[in-house]
Design a protein. Structure first.
Length: 150
């Protein structure tokens, strides 16, 4: 067997497994709010900014419009967000929070602390992992842009 093909030698596998496990731990807390993980992170962006073009939300979450558009439609049907065309550029769709969407912020405020308690990392390890994950994301984004524009 090729050594480089052993599962234990792959960076992708622990990243994949950790991501799945983290999202799995979010699920019971998000179920109480009637949210999926992707809806939750979309709301996190909107709780920060109030409203944003769907393209900007997608860029922040590393999601394409094919994923985000139906997600926002479902959130709109739940009464959490509203969507409208940008008056200056009709091609852009702006997503904004409703009162119900804003109210969920208080109900979700405990989630990050509960998740931190599940992950047995010191504050230093947490920040180092965070830094390395974002460095990985940025490296892959840069490489993807080079491939698509090359």
């Amino acid at each position: 067997m090729h050594e480089q093909l052993k599962l234990e030698n792959q960076l992708c596998f622990p990243l994949y497994a950790a991501a799945r496990d983290v999202v799995k731990h979010y699920k019971p807390m998000l179920d109480e709010l009637g949210l999926t993980y992707t809806q939750y992170i979309t709301l996190m962006v909107l709780w920060e900014v109030g409203e944003a073009p769907i393209k900007e939300i997608g860029a922040r979450l590393h999601l394409d419009s094919g994923t985000l558009t139906p997600l926002c439609k479902k959130m709109e049907a739940k009464g959490l967000v509203e969507r409208h065309r940008d008056m200056h550029d009709e091609r852009n769709v702006i997503v904004s929070l409703t009162d119900a969407g804003r109210a969920l912020e208080d109900r979700a405020a405990h989630i990050p602390e509960q998740m931190s308690a599940c992950i047995n990392l010191s504050p230093e390890e947490f920040h180092e992992l965070y830094r390395l994950l974002y460095k990985t994301i940025e490296s892959l984004d840069c490489e993807e842009n080079e491939v698509s524009h090359g």
